[in-house]
Design a binder for this molecule. Structure first.
Ligand SMILES: NC(=O)c1ccc[n+]([C@@H]2O[C@H](COP(=O)([O-])OP(=O)(O)OC[C@H]3O[C@@H](n4cnc5c(N)ncnc54)[C@H](O)[C@@H]3O)[C@@H](O)[C@H]2O)c1
Length: 278
């Protein structure tokens, strides 16, 4: 007799033909490795080819196949090329895309240059739009597929001195919600990941004002309530179960509830706490 416990886990995160952007570091690398453990084949894409290749080696060590591709997600033609390369490598269209590549940008609104805004929007927002643009038609044609968009708790917390980052992540959240509704009838699952702090290289790789970059990196590395591996595992599990949102940590959940329970009270709390720390 088959026991409940002997049932094999199923869902789009298992045996996937997956494309992960920003796979050379942090959360993207953790996604690639977790997909390898779930018997997937992984195309590791990153603007930094050497970093993508390092992840590929780890994927292979985990017993899976994969391919490394240099891709700047801010450039439409490079993402189109990524989708084509993935299809050639898998000998079929991809079944899962993880639009993860992102950059950190901090500073008061009037300290940010328009070049800062453009840089952040190109990667964090246009990168996700490009990923969805080139993979959604493939998924619709196949009548199946899955998308994970990596947003951030910043998509709803509106934390001060992060205006550009917050705006790009709010866009990713809205896009994911819209796609989830549009694609349900086509058998395509969508999950949007909204974490608070995760220990990765995001501060080191980002444009963060010198006055608090060390402090921010210290907080990220020492006070995060989770790891990138746990975040990747949880998000893939929630995708498999058909959930739209992943808010991995307690503080991410708390801010989510506060913001929705009373947006005005939340805005007052935010202003007061910013005034208090400044
Ligand atoms: N670390 C956190 O606390 C945190 C919290 C919330 C959301 N996020 C989001 O998680 C995602 C992954 O970030 P991370 O924390 O792992 O940072 P990370 O800096 O460790 O990794 C980001 C990766 O993206 C790559 N990348 C940067 N620009 C790119 C581009 N134009 N095209 C392709 N690849 C590019 C980098 O080379 C790097 O390998 C980002 O979208 C980030 O906004 C991170």
């Amino acid at each position: 007799m088959k026991s409940l416990f002997s049932r094999k886990p199923t869902g789009p995160s298992y045996n996937a033909c997956a494309v992960v952007t920003g796979a050379g570091s942090g959360i993207g690398r953790s996604f690639a490795l977790e997909l390898a453990r779930r018997h997937g084949s992984v195309v590791c894409a990153d603007i930094n080819l050497a970093a993508a290749q390092e992840t590929l080696e780890l994927v292979k060590k985990a017993g899976a196949s994969g391919h490394a591709v240099q891709c700047d997600v801010g450039k439409a033609e490079e993402v189109e090329n990524l989708a084509e390369k993935a299809e050639t490598f898998f000998s079929q269209p991809a079944t899962l895309v993880i639009n993860n590549a992102g950059v950190g940008l901090g500073g008061k609104f009037d300290e940010l240059t328009l070049d800062d805004w453009k840089w952040c929007a190109d990667v964090n927002l246009w990168g996700v739009i490009h990923g969805c643009h080139y993979f959604v038609p493939q998924f619709k044609r196949a009548g199946q597929g899955a998308i994970i968009n990596v947003a951030s708790a910043a998509s709803y917390t509106a934390a001060p001195e992060m205006s550009a980052y917050n705006v790009t992540k709010a866009g990713v959240l809205a896009l994911s919600e819209t796609l989830s509704a549009e694609l349900k009838k086509h058998g395509v699952k969508v999950n949007v990941l909204c974490p608070t702090l995760v220990p990765t290289n995001i501060i080191k790789n980002g444009r963060i004002p010198g006055r608090y970059s060390k402090l921010a990196d210290h907080a990220l590395m020492n006070y995060a309530m989770t790891t990138s591996d746990d975040v990747a595992r949880l998000t893939l599990n929630r995708l498999d179960k058909g959930h739209l949102y992943t808010t991995p940590q307690l503080d991410a959940k708390l801010f989510w509830v506060m913001k929705r329970f009373s947006p005005s009270l939340y805005a007052k709390f935010l202003g007061l706490s910013y005034g208090f720390v400044k």
